[in-house]
Design a protein around this ligand. Structure first.
Ligand SMILES: *Cc1c(COP(=O)(O)O)cnc(C)c1O
Length: 378
């Protein structure tokens, strides 16, 4: 048996006819960038996220979504943005590309998300934004710090690239990831829970002035074509991506539910195989609806040996992420050193992602966990 970390072919089969008819429509029309396909998708996203129509602005990637969000807050050289060192590179890459300084705070060891209390201690006069990441599909509990950040005029930019469809209950209401702060950023990279057939992304905001500005920034800052109010970038969503994403959006709830069932089954299998002394399953914070973009366990010792053991036996397991961002060579100039964020560093030694995707078979999970048990009992 071989089990991939992600197999998109299984769920694609179910939507193939619909996708191909959308492609035919787009090729017949020969309108490939922005246009009505993108408008329709933006409208459906606003409905899904339960935010006002016009709040969603499609762009070329999740990385650009972060960049556009920061640009819309006028973030530039000398500014500081507080974020997590345990995330995909793009989060702090976007901050640094504008000449601003990523300021890190360590993570909460149980959710892997930024430690909010510690993040608040990093605020200085230069802090312009707070950029938490809803890592692996689970939301950060931001609600407690929103008033303080607003008082200090610090913008909250949510990196929800891994969390489209994830939600959290606070103040007796369900809030979707990306709609809690001032701006939410999503990625539609093919491997994300809502993924296209190439790069794509989206920025959302409840503030109509900001969404208008974001629409300008994605077309070189032009409010009217060829008249540039400010310097923007070229970051537009393609019609093909929008059409495919629109088809997939209809299935997203069901697919996310299936990911949750898979997570639940792993938990049960760890128990029946007596693995709890060797590994820790990911935990879900009270009030959270985790969508398991990744299913990341902690392996207490011999993580790399376990990974090789499983890989050799046909089970694709991976490490997200092997080196926290404060220790990346490109961020040496920030002056961080090993030991600065012990929880992030520990997780990078212990984290192991297991396969999780719609239409993963229970049999495949059973075989994988059995092989894990064999490793620990050999
Ligand atoms: C994928 C991802 C991004 C970047 O998205 P792209 O579409 O690949 O540019 C940013 N942040 C996080 C946390 C991601 O997982």
């Amino acid at each position: 048996m071989t089990v991939p970390i992600l197999d998109l072919t299984r769920s694609f089969k179910e939507i193939k006819p619909e996708v191909f008819s959308a492609l035919e429509r787009i090729f017949d029309a020969q309108n490939f960038i922005l246009g009505s396909e993108v408008e329709t998708f933006e409208k459906h996203c606003a409905k899904y996220l339960e935010i006002p129509e016009g709040s969603c602005v499609g762009c070329a990637s999740g990385t650009d979504a972060l960049l556009l969000a920061l640009m819309s807050c006028d973030i530039h050289e000398g500014d500081e943005v507080i974020t997590t060192p345990f995330t995909f590179f793009a989060t702090s890459g976007a901050i640094a590309r504008l000449g601003a300084k990523p300021v890190f705070a360590d993570i909460d060891p149980s959710t892997y998300n930024i430690n909010i209390e510690q993040a608040m201690t990093k605020i200085t006069d230069r802090t312009k934004a707070f950029m938490p990441v809803h890592l692996f599909g689970q939301m950060c509990a931001l609600e407690a710090v929103i008033p303080e950040l607003h008082d200090k005029d610090i913008k909250i930019i949510e990196d929800a690239a891994q969390a489209f469809g994830s939600s959290r209950i606070s103040d007796g209401r369900i809030h979707r990831a990306g709609t809690v702060g001032d701006i939410g950023c999503y990625s539609f990279f093919p491997t994300k829970n809502l993924g296209g057939c190439g790069d794509g992304g989206m920025v959302v905001t409840n503030d109509p002035e900001r969404s208008e500005r974001l629409r300008r920034l994605r077309v070189h800052g032009a409010g009217t074509t060829y008249y540039h109010d400010e310097i923007g970038i070229n970051s537009r969503l393609d019609a093909i991506q929008a059409a495919i994403l629109d088809i997939k959006l209809k299935h997203l709830e069901e697919w996310n539910e299936e990911r949750r069932r898979i997570a639940e089954y792993y938990r049960l299998l760890f128990k029946t195989n007596g693995l709890h002394e060797f590994i820790t399953a990911p935990s879900e914070l009270d009030g959270n609806y985790h969508i398991y973009h990744q299913y990341v366990i902690r392996v207490k010792t011999k993580r790399d040996e376990l990974m090789s053991w499983l890989n050799e036996r046909g089970f694709a397991v991976r490490v997200y992420y092997p080196l926290p961002l404060h220790l990346q060579p490109c961020f040496k100039y920030l002056g961080y050193k090993e030991g600065d964020f012990p929880e992030s560093e520990k997780l990078s030694r212990e984290a192991l992602a297991l396969p999780v995707f719609p239409r993963l078979e229970p049999k495949e999970q059973e075989e994988l966990v059995k092989n894990m048990a064999d490793f620990f009992r050999r």
